[in-house]
Design a protein around this ligand. Structure first.
Ligand code: SAH
Length: 398
């Protein structure tokens, strides 16, 4: 096995269980690893540190195990997926009757850097973000079969948009496994008792934004008697909860036509007629511009990540400020704004500062009622704070 030997003093983060080896920390590579190979990582004095997937790029090794070699034996994937499932069982997510979709594996949060697996009532949709995970697809699929047995309906690999292309691998999405008789690319899942169509082949990400489950429930609790505007609605998660919570009316806006069509289907699926909602395909900022000032007294602002890397941070902060100023200025007096950022590089403090600047720009009196986060199945490894990405604020605007 290839040995990666670190520069003197560059072993500290690994000794604190941070799961990445940056290429700048590498002193020597003993062997000729291919991208995605499992390599051993050693300190400058030759002491063993960890095993991980090798890749060319700023992160040279993504750590899979800080323990001995046997951990990477045949049971490795079954052990890791079983552990991830156990956490979802401990929180009640994996055995609930009201919810049958959740994130099963959240990368570093579950000790598997570069791997996402979402569970949709028996269908596992996986996305590999590293070459190592992409090359491990077959083993991961076998492990899922072994962990879930007959409960597993299908495993769909959706890595073409996430795996690094320079690897020159054949990137085509498709099923790695289908149980006998399973034929659909879409199915209905339950989230807190609400029904949603999820289409993993055509939808964004793995088909559904599972990370907003708890925040949607909160919106539901605040919606009674309110006129709701759901901006960046995707397939209408927040919209369905708002109506379930007693909203008078919900308007949902997204720039994707496919998403907006899905909102209508999800509304009907939950028994809501067109008298209660309108689904609008438009740019969110353009839409906000023509909104009358007292029309909506609850707004949800959940844009896509404005900053995908550190270089885009300043532009992203300005975009968050502009968007939030537009929303805060238009919400009716006594109204609520649920505002989010899913950009990993924008931390809680920076986001709060952007929203503070937005509020100041409008001159309105704004209180923070609650601080919002990602849910427990999007787990954060305490040694890898970079895993925290979704943050939000619940604002009360006088
Ligand atoms: N709130 C959603 C997830 C939002 S994901 C949920 O709970 O499921 C972000 C969404 O923003 C995507 O659906 C994307 O199509 C949409 N989007 C991106 N740019 C937009 C824009 N300028 N105006 C409106 N929608 C936009």
């Amino acid at each position: 096995m290839t040995k990666i030997i670190l520069k003197k003093g560059r072993d500290e983060s690994l000794r604190r269980f941070h799961p990445w080896v940056f290429s700048g920390a590498v002193a020597q590579i003993v062997g000729q690893p291919s991208e995605g190979d499992v390599v051993g990582v050693f300190a400058h004095d030759g002491s063993f540190l960890a095993y991980g997937h090798y890749q060319i790029g700023s992160i040279a090794v993504r750590i899979l195990s800080f323990a001995g070699e046997d951990v990477l034996g045949p049971d490795f994937w079954v052990n890791m997926i079983s552990k991830a499932l156990k956490v979802r069982q401990a929180t009640g997510l994996a055995n609930g009757l009201e919810t049958n979709c959740f994130r099963l594996v959240h990368g570093e949060g579950d000790g598997l850097p570069g791997l996402i697996i979402d569970w949709y009532d028996g269908v596992c949709v996986m996305q590999a973000h590293s070459v190592g995970m992409f090359r491990s697809k077959g083993a991961i699929c076998e492990a899922l079969k072994s962990v879930f047995g007959e409960r597993l309906k299908a495993v769909y690999d959706k890595s073409s948009g996430t795996a690094p292309f320079k690897a020159g691998l054949d990137l085509v999405d498709g099923y790695l496994y289908k149980a006998e008789g399973f034929s659909d690319d879409e199915q209905v899942v339950l989230e807190n008792g609400n029904k949603f169509f999820v289409n993993w082949t055509e939808g964004q990400k793995t088909g559904f934004f599972l990370d907003q489950r708890e925040n949607r429930a909160l919106v539901g609790r605040y919606s009674s008697g309110r006129n709701v505007l759901n901006l960046f609605c995707y397939t209408g998660g927040f919209s369905v909860y708002a109506l379930r919570g007693g909203a008078l009316r919900v308007d949902s806006v997204d720039s994707s036509k496919k998403a907006v069509e899905m909102v209508s289907r999800n509304m009907s699926l939950n028994g809501y007629g067109s008298d209660l909602h309108e689904d609008i395909c438009a740019d969110a900022i353009d839409f906000l511009r023509q909104v009358p000032e007292d029309k909506y007294d609850l707004m949800i602002v959940d844009p896509p990540a404005f900053a995908k890397h550190r270089g885009a941070l300043n532009n992203a902060l300005r975009a968050y400020q502009r968007l939030n100023a537009a929303a805060i200025s238009k919400v009716a007096p006594g109204g609520l704004v649920f505002t989010f950022s899913c950009s990993q590089v924008v931390d809680k403090e920076a986001f709060a500062l952007a929203v503070f600047s937005a509020a100041a720009q409008t001159g309105r009196s704004v209180r923070i009622l609650d601080r919002l986060n990602q849910p427990s199945d999007h787990s954060v490894n305490i040694y890898h704070p970079e895993g925290e990405y979704l943050k939000g604020l619940l604002l009360y605007v006088e």
